[in-house]
Design a protein around this ligand. Structure first.
Ligand code: GTP
Ligand code: SPV
Ligand code: MN
Length: 601
């Protein structure tokens, strides 16, 4: 048990911070307390310690320089949305999109789990900044954690350490982020957000999105709440720049639900057929965008993170070469296969499949293994991930440190829909675009617990991440549109349409540039389209399909809508809207009515 705090030696003059750290340490009762400074020396010391306990495993340093391996508990491999709560005074404020607990109940329930949870462990204090330190976008947080894995991940994902404490100063505001692995028991796990207190309490988990509190918890749930009252936007979006041959860069922000292709699109490599045109892609971010209206009346975005926490399976030199090059060094791999020669592997990786290894559950594994019920045993968990610094990405934009970010010309929504949604369509205007975002739906993936494949509504890809009632969130989107002189155009894409045999109709990945090209040309009013009930859809000849071998009939299907299916969709949307009661803006119902009328014409 830590007996004296030695507060006079702490590297901060911030009274609120000191008081809070003392209180939390008194509750969690760690044996030691360490202020993280972000130095290289500290990194090496922490790695050494974690390697000694087996928390981390050192990979072959010839093949994987600077790379580490980690496994989380088998019951702890994805975000647990059913254990994630928004704790506001009233349930109405959290909305039907969130699990809700009163703040009193939340502090009490989680407090009981935090009580003594760090006995025998060290509490690390991590000051971090989301957004470039000192940028008008940036928000400071301090995470207390008993996990070295968390410290090392936060070191990649955020700007952290001494420089952040300096910026915080004696009276700066910060988000109070408390995390303890406790006993990693999923019946004693809670991920709680207290937006009015600017606080996050996460206990009983060691998995990424549950415990890297700067990520989804701060940068989306708490930030979305702050953004509404401060007049900006915190979104589950990638940010990319598409440079055309004349050197002009169009910046696009795109919201796809978890494991639906943000990382892939953000790092896109132009396909063979379009290479001669000389497009270049610049990656700004792959998961989170903070956007505000600048003095020019346009929407500007920053990526508040400094790392990628990307899905590993399916990543290879074909599907995402830039990601493969990014993870070659200084990367933490979580829940992938560990091979006997201290290498790693995941389903869909390049090269030979290893003959044996230790899988994500920590069990001996061989390719082709099946379990008692005849199901394939995964080597890597479908939601296994890599944590890698953005600076290692060959396509990284030179504007990631820019304090004002990048100007956004187009916002793109998209989901995983086997049927219904065409390859791409454009909203009539901002309000209609907000409606399109609000009615997004997607099939559930491995990034969250629950039945995979089930279609669920996931407005703006923010269903698990909006820190307040989404009815009010839609109103905030409508309000933002009114405040902009030149609002981005809004589009919807769907790379995931299936044919009757269950195969993807669109080749996807690099070929998606063909769709982005149309989007960019629409932004510059140089591309054709046809007006349909759901929005502007390109005709096949409006897309550059040179070198692509897609039957004409498939293209036609990809760019058409089935009115009966869409009328059924209208009924489903109405039922969804009704769950928000009076919080749902009337404008959303007007949009729905407009869609229904156009479909009946
Ligand atoms: P989070 O990090 O969970 O927020 O997700 P993300 O949106 O960054 O997901 P990511 O890019 O890692 O998505 C990976 C999944 O999408 C893999 O299953 C890919 O195979 C699939 N995917 C990505 N792009 C395409 C595409 O253009 N077509 C098809 N069919 N699949 C794609
Ligand atoms: C997601 O699930 O959307 C992710 C991974 O990006 S996590 O950080 O776990 O939320
Ligand atoms: Mn995500």
């Amino acid at each position: 048990m830590l007996t004296a705090f030695n507060v006079s030696k702490w590297p901060t003059q911030n009274a609120e911070l000191k008081t809070w750290v003392i209180e939390m340490a008194e509750m969690c009762q760690p044996d030691a307390l360490v202020w993280v400074d972000g130095s290289e020396e500290e990194k090496q010391r922490l790695e050494k310690e974690a390697l000694a306990t087996g928390e981390l495993i050192l990979l072959d340093q010839q093949k994987w320089p600077g790379c580490l391996y980690h496994r989380t508990a088998a019951n702890d491999v994805a975000r647990t949305e059913h254990l994630t709560y928004i704790c506001t005074p009233s349930q109405e404020e959290a909305g039907p999109n969130n699990n809700w607990m009163s703040p009193e109940e939340g502090y009490k329930k989680a407090g009981a789990l935090f009580n003594g949870s760090m006995k025998g462990r060290t509490m690390y204090v991590i000051p971090f900044s989301m957004g470039p330190v000192g940028s008008p976008f940036a928000k400071i947080g301090v995470e207390l954690t008993d996990s070295i894995y968390v410290v090392l991940n936060m070191r990649i994902m955020t700007r952290m350490g001494e420089k952040v404490l300096q910026k915080l100063g004696p009276d700066g505001a910060f988000t109070r982020c408390l995390h303890s692995k406790a006993d990693l028991d999923d019946t004693r796990r809670l991920i709680l957000h207290f937006p009015h207190d600017n606080a996050i309490w996460s206990v009983g988990s060691g998995y990424g999105g549950n415990v890297l509190l700067g990520k989804k918890c701060l940068s989306l749930r708490i930030a979305s709440f702050l953004a509404r009252s401060e007049g900006w936007m915190a979104e589950h979006m990638l940010i990319m720049g598409v440079e055309n041959p004349s050197g002009h860069i169009v910046y696009i922000a795109a919201a796809f639900p978890s494991a639906c292709g943000k990382t892939n699109l953000a790092m896109l490599i132009p396909p063979e057929g379009l290479k001669h045109k000389g497009y270049r892609i610049w990656t700004v971010g792959d998961d989170i965008a903070w956007m505000r209206i600048d003095t020019d009346g346009k929407l500007w975005a920053v990526n508040p993170e400094t790392g990628f926490f990307g899905v590993a399976p399916g990543t290879n030199m074909q599907s995402n070469p830039n990601a493969m090059l990014t993870v070659k060094k200084n990367t933490i791999f979580t829940n992938v296969v560990l091979t006997p020669d201290k290498g790693i592997w995941w389903e869909g990786m390049d090269g030979d499949v290893p003959q044996e290894g230790i899988n994500w559950e920590g069990k001996p594994w061989k390719p082709g293994m099946v379990d008692d019920t005849g199901n394939k045993v995964h080597g890597a968990h479908p939601n296994s991930r890599f944590t890698a610094p953005v600076t290692q990405c060959p396509s990284i934009s030179n504007r990631i440190e820019h304090h004002h970010g990048v100007p956004i010309d187009a916002i793109v929504f998209g989901g995983r829909r086997a049927h219904l949604a065409p390859l791409v369509y454009e909203a009539f205007d901002w309000k209609h675009g907000v409606f399109i975002g609000a009615t997004m739906a997607s099939e559930r993936t491995a990034a969250q617990f629950g039945k995979q494949g089930e279609v669920r509504r996931d407005p703006m890809a923010m269903l698990p991440f909006c820190g307040y009632n989404m009815g009010h969130y839609f109103q905030h989107w409508l309000d933002m549109g009114k405040k902009m002189d030149k609002a981005p155009k809004i589009f919807n894409v769907n790379w995931f349409r299936l044919d009757d045999d269950g195969r993807f109709m669109w080749p996807g990945f690099g070929e998606n540039l063909r769709v982005l090209e149309w989007i960019m040309d629409r932004c510059m009013n140089t591309a054709g389209s046809k007006r349909t009930a759901i929005g502007y859809i390109p005709k096949a000849r409006d897309l550059d399909l040179a070198g692509l071998d897609i039957p004409e009939t498939t293209m036609e299907k990809l760019l058409s809508i089935d009115k009966n299916d869409w009328l059924e969709e209208v009924r489903d949307i109405e039922a969804f809207f009704k769950t928000f009661g009076s919080a749902m803006p009337q404008e959303m119902y007007n949009q729905l009515e407009g869609l229904a009328e156009r479909l009946k014409q």
